[in-house]
Write a protein that binds this ligand. Structure first.
Ligand SMILES: Cc1cc2nc3c(=O)[nH]c(=O)nc-3n(C[C@H](O)[C@H](O)[C@H](O)COP(=O)(O)OP(=O)(O)OC[C@H]3O[C@@H](n4cnc5c(N)ncnc54)[C@H](O)[C@@H]3O)c2cc1C
Length: 265
């Protein structure tokens, strides 16, 4: 997947774009109805004709633009997840590249995650094994695992500072039950990400899948890619139209470009 942003950046650079990596924007400066400059955390003021904002849309409103519109304040958010990236000495013959393990309770999982805002009592989970098809992703004879358990977002009353390690152990215990014998003991390196970490990375309510894809928050009903009150601020990314996921986000980038060159009003 990394090849996609690398290729896009390469194409942009070929046309004269300069990237400033590892630079945080802290404010979009406004003059009348137009954004006039972006301010960065290292004190730069970069004047602009157009601003394209890629952070999660509600966070961009709150932190960079100022007064958040009511329609954005009212958004509902998708569930979150805990992921473990693990380096392990174990491999299992039955594994495919992507492995989805369903619990018996399918509707129950959604009820727990979305309505009751609880952790899954009968988990459905994803285990991906990238090193199965690309052994260069792990040291010789070892494997890289990506383990994802859906969880409620931060609307739920869960203290992730306390729960992080507890839940990690529960995830390994579930894996043991689902055929990953002695997996926990085989882990040599691990990196755990909780809803709190997603929030710190800039996702509202710790929801890495952004505002929920309910009917009224999908496609044309999702927050517009033009920022209300600005003539020249355009959103792109999972928080705006058409929605979440790499293909949707790439379309949102194209829509942003079309807004700028004026092909779409
Ligand atoms: C665990 C997980 C699994 C997923 N699985 C899939 C999948 O299988 N298939 C799929 O299609 N999608 C999947 N997705 C969803 C997909 O990854 C996202 O919808 C998509 O990457 C979001 O793209 P984006 O451009 O909106 O945000 P991002 O890719 O997060 O880009 C936003 C960028 O803005 C930067 N930024 C934020 N604030 C500032 C600031 N103030 N100043 C400067 N820079 C800033 C961030 O650093 C970041 O680089 C998954 C997501 C997660 C978290």
């Amino acid at each position: 997947m990394h090849a996609v942003p690398r290729a896009l950046a390469g194409a942009a650079e070929k046309h004269g774009v300069t990237f400033k990596y590892n630079t945080t924007v802290t404010k979009v400066e406004k003059s009348g109805s137009r954004a006039s400059a972006v301010i960065t955390s290292d004190g730069q003021r970069i004047e602009c004709d157009v601003v394209v904002l890629n952070p999660d849309l509600p966070v961009a409103w709150r932190d960079l633009l100022g007064k958040t519109p009511l329609s954005v304040k009212r958004l509902n958010y998708s569930p979150s997840c805990v992921t473990i990236l693990a380096g392990s000495s174990k491999s299992y013959d039955h594994l495919a590249h992507h492995n989805i393990h369903f619990g018996h309770s399918w509707d129950g999982v959604f009820d727990e995650l979305i309505t009751k805002k609880q952790l899954m009592s009968d988990p459905s989970l994803l285990v991906t094994l990238p090193s199965k098809d690309d052994p260069s992703l792990a040291p010789s004879g070892k494997h890289s695992y990506y383990i994802l358990f859906p969880t409620p977002n931060l609307d739920a009353d869960i203290d992730w500072k306390k729960m992080k390690n507890v839940y990690k152990d529960q995830m390994y215990a579930t894996m043991q039950e689902r055929g990953y014998k002695d997996f926990a003991d085989s882990v040599e390196v691990e990196h755990v990400t909780t809803p709190l970490d997603w929030q710190e990375m800039g996702m509202e309510r710790g929801a890495p899948f952004a505002s929920a894809h309910t009917f009224l928050q999908t496609g044309p009903f999702r927050p517009s890619n033009m920022a209300k009150g600005y003539e020249n601020v355009v959103f792109t990314g999972s928080g705006t139209q058409p929605g979440v996921g790499v293909p949707m986000v790439l379309i949102s980038g194209r829509l942003a470009a079309e807004r700028i060159v004026g092909r779409v009003k």
